[in-house]
Write a protein that binds this ligand. Structure first.
Ligand SMILES: Nc1ncnc2c1ncn2[C@@H]1O[C@H](COP(=O)(O)OP(=O)(O)OP(=O)(O)O)[C@@H](O)[C@H]1O
Length: 251
């Protein structure tokens, strides 16, 4: 079998007395879109931060293309991170920069250079997310929340990452705009062959963008399966979560 793009084994992290991750095991195959669901505070963001190298796990292994990244030095980590793209919650665009410079930020490291080429790259990536050249010179604050999300998506894909991480990609959008973003995420994964790992508690989004879904509960992945099984998992914890029931094994 092919080496998974991301392989997490036995990942553990405790903050004080709070054991947030207690042996997370998860594999994401190349070209796959995986979504991690779970309650607020279940450790979705901590898992993501461990992969990005922003939080150091207490134990466990994270392999990217088979390469162990836990314990890597800064230089090697930077080399692995060059494979990553990230769409942050709230878009995190730079308001002082026009849209085209936001989109090409990772390519220029914020420095002004090769303006004509960078504008062309920005335009091409904006087109992929359904935005025209009229937004190139606008500031992010002049755009609606949904358009900002698209610009952030264009920025995330501009360096053609191998793996893209989505942190609550539909938060703050109305259901229609959220669905537009879900469609875009799917088309980017399909067209560009990018591996995607998303954390969300938006079930509509999980159902749409995930090939497979994994549920994090009490520090472990308690269930994973194809999205078609999400509402038919046979797991009482997953059932309660996806149906949003107050009654059930999750308290
Ligand atoms: N740097 C930190 N120091 C101490 N505790 C932390 C730190 N980061 C996260 N935690 C704790 O870890 C737990 C899991 O947090 P995390 O942000 O991963 O949850 P989440 O599943 O992403 O939740 P949400 O869906 O609300 O974003 C929480 O109890 C949080 O308080």
């Amino acid at each position: 079998m092919a080496t998974p793009k991301i392989q997490i084994s036995g990942l553990a992290k405790t903050f004080g007395a709070n054991r947030v991750l207690d042996g997370v095991d998860l594999a994401v195959e190349a070209g796959e879109s995986m979504t991690i669901i779970g309650q607020s505070g279940s450790g979705k963001s901590v898992t993501l931060k461990c992969i990005l190298g922003l939080v150091r796990p207490d134990a466990g292994s994270i392999r990217i293309d088979g390469e162990e990244i836990v314990g890597l030095g800064e230089r090697d980590l930077a080399r692995v991170r060059a494979k990553f793209g990230m769409l942050f919650q709230g878009s995190a665009l730079f308001d002082s920069l026009p849209v085209w410079r936001n989109v090409t930020f990772a390519l220029t490291q914020g420095r002004a250079r090769d303006t004509a080429r960078m504008r062309a790259i920005a335009q091409e990536n904006l087109e992929r997310v359904g935005l025209g050249p009229e937004v190139l010179n606008l500031r992010p604050s002049e755009l609606s929340g949904g358009m900002q999300k698209r610009v952030a998506l264009a920025r995330a894909i501009a360096p053609r990452p191998e793996i893209i991480f989505f942190d609550e990609p539909t938060t703050g959008l109305d259901p229609i705009r959220a669905d537009v973003i879900n469609d875009l995420i799917m088309s980017l994964v399909d067209d560009l062959g990018i591996t995607a790992l998303t954390i969300t508690h938006d079930m509509a989004s999980a159902r749409k963008i995930a090939h497979r879904v994994a549920m994090l509960y009490q520090g472990k992945i308690i269930w994973h399966g194809p999205r078609d099984r999400l509402y038919d998992s046979g797991n009482p914890y997953v059932d309660q979560f996806v149906q949003g029931n107050a009654e059930g094994p999750i308290r």
